[in-house]
Design a binder for this molecule. Structure first.
Ligand SMILES: *[C@@H]1O[C@H](CO)[C@@H](O)[C@H](O)[C@H]1NC(C)=O
Ligand SMILES: *[C@@H]1O[C@H](CO)[C@@H](O)[C@H](O)[C@H]1NC(C)=O
Ligand SMILES: *[C@@H]1O[C@H](CO)[C@@H](O)[C@H](O)[C@H]1NC(C)=O
Length: 486
């Protein structure tokens, strides 16, 4: 990526690191925070199969002949050079499969205004800008009642919020394991797999796009506004290729911890930057970390956004944990074992299913293109692998406000928040491990904590568990080294 300037790289790395280090001080540089934490005993075990690691079994129906070997999909691996997009999209282009889509905006114009137009990347945007004031009015005038209970505390930790995790009025997905009927959490038909990738666009996304094009697959990308700011050309490529673009917030904060106005700013700026880059505005969103309750749901609905989660069945979440390989909190063997469990669990559902995968890191892209997708394609009976919008039986055009069929799919706010949430009767016991150690997108709290017990963690003196960002330094150095060669 020859066009990437040094400034860009530094900004990007900072985004990458900060957006996903949950428990660092919000205003501190991640490396400064890193230094305050006790050094982990052995941050990069050189022998991945040592006896201390739990072993995971899995079998695959098929793999990609050009897959990156499993032994190279590890934490701390040297970052390979990135792939250029095969083509740059031209202004005015239209995506396949989206009837009546407007032409693609001109990215040159976007780049010229970028710095002055958008709030600081990776920070919760200010709530007093003229844009946010307009969005606040729209929410107030939507007719949707926003529940008056306040934000969760302590970064949304389950431990610190044990009482409210049990509150059915709040219906908190992450800590209370409460599912709401307005959330999309499965595909309608059995053997349909809603394929989703979170946190991009990112520098290895082009590898994933290449594989998806060759395999003739379409997915939903839940994109981070701050990442779109840096890599708009990748968002355009996703959209023009016929993938579904949906929202994943501006700065990847757990939304239940934010005020109403901050949530409006996060979602509003995400809608705005996506519209500016691809010309249309998403109708679906996924909350970072799956962190949603009835307050977040109501605000999102008032802004025309339907929540999309990942499937949970009998306490098992369809989370591959692919995100955790980069930081060393999971091995690729564990990810493939999770994948095997997802397929097995899907077999017992009456509906289809939605998985959680990521395109932020090289390792997550490598395990998807080398193993998970080839295996899924070889599954019998065959899976219909598709974006969320079509897996709930709507045309791709309904992914965007401008092309949505308003007759058959009324604007989300018109549906209102239906009265009764559907709390899961057996709320899992809320324990210390359920909150603080949630990885970026956890399964379903404590029940799903099948994480690597050896993952380096440190408990600070307030009892919150911190994910030690083991690979932060390695990642920064690795990426800088990779770019230095260009
Ligand atoms: C890694 O661990 C396995 C199992 O304990 C052992 O057989 C192997 O020799 C070790 N490899 C290295 C490079 O230490
Ligand atoms: C549906 O309504 C939205 C918002 O009012 C509008 O922008 C859009 O053009 C409408 N869709 C169609 C297909 O007319
Ligand atoms: C421990 O974590 C809490 C909550 O994140 C934070 O307020 C506190 O400052 C931390 N303490 C130390 C010593 O890092």
């Amino acid at each position: 990526m020859k066009t990437i300037s040094a400034l860009f790289v530094v900004s990007w790395l900072s985004l990458l690191v900060q957006a996903h280090s949950r428990h660092d001080g919000r205003n501190k540089h991640p490396l400064a925070v890193r230094q305050e934490e006790p050094a982990p005993a052995d941050p990069t075990p050189s022998n991945q199969t040592s006896a201390a690691q739990p072993s995971f079994t899995f079998s695959l129906r098929a793999t990609n002949p050009t897959a990156v070997p499993l032994s190279s999909i590890v934490s701390g691996v040297e970052n390979r050079p990135t792939r250029d997009l095969p083509t740059t999209e031209t202004a005015g282009a239209r995506p396949t499969g989206v009837a009546n889509a407007p032409g693609l905006p001109d990215l040159q114009a976007f780049r010229q205004v970028r710095e002055s137009r958008y709030p600081t990347y990776n920070e919760v945007p200010p709530v007093d800008s003229p844009e946010v004031l307009i969005w606040k009015d729209e929410v107030s005038n939507s007719g949707i009642e926003i529940p008056s209970f306040g934000p969760t505390t302590d970064d949304g930790s389950c431990e610190a919020n044990a009482a409210i995790a049990m509150d059915p009025e709040r219906c908190w997905w992450t800590c209370g394991a409460c599912d709401h009927e307005n959330d999309i959490s499965a595909c309608s038909e059995k053997n349909h797999w809603g394929l989703t990738f979170d946190d991009g666009p990112a520098i290895y996304t082009p590898d994933l796009l290449q594989y998806l094009a060759e395999a003739n697959l379409k997915a939903t990308f839940f994109v981070v506004g701050s990442a779109v700011y840096f890599l708009p050309e990748i968002l355009q490529a996703e959209y023009i290729a016929g993938h579904q673009i949906a929202i994943h917030s501006w700065s990847h904060r757990p939304l239940t911890t934010l005020t109403d106005d901050e949530i409006i700013a996060e979602l509003g700026w995400s809608k705005q930057i996506i519209k500016d880059v691809i010309g249309v505005t998403p109708t679906q969103f996924r909350p970072p970390y799956g962190d949603i309750d009835n307050r977040v749901r109501a605000i999102a609905l008032a802004m025309g956004l339907t929540p999309v989660m990942w499937t949970r069945s009998s306490g098992f979440a369809f989370n591959t944990q692919d995100f955790d390989v980069n930081g060393g909190q999971a091995t690729v063997e564990q990810v493939l074992s999770n994948w095997g469990n997802i397929i097995e669990s899907a077999a017992s559902l009456d509906t289809g299913f939605i998985s959680l995968q990521h395109d932020l890191y090289q390792q997550a892209v490598d395990v998807a293109t080398g193993y998970i997708l080839p295996d899924g394609l070889a599954h019998q009976p065959r899976f219909t692998i598709e974006p969320i919008i079509t897996c709930v039986n709507m045309p791709l055009a309904n992914s965007y406000i401008e092309t949505n069929n308003n007759r058959t799919n009324p604007f989300a706010a018109q549906l209102g928040v239906r009265s009764s949430p559907t709390p899961t009767p057996n709320l899992p016991e809320v324990t210390g491990s359920g909150g603080g150690d949630r990885s970026p997108e956890p399964g379903s709290g404590p029940d799903n904590n099948n994480g690597n017990p050896d993952a380096a963690q440190s408990v600070n003196n307030s009892g919150a568990t911190i994910q030690t960002p083991l690979s932060v330094l390695a990642l920064v150095l690795g990426l800088l080294a990779a770019y230095a060669q260009i």
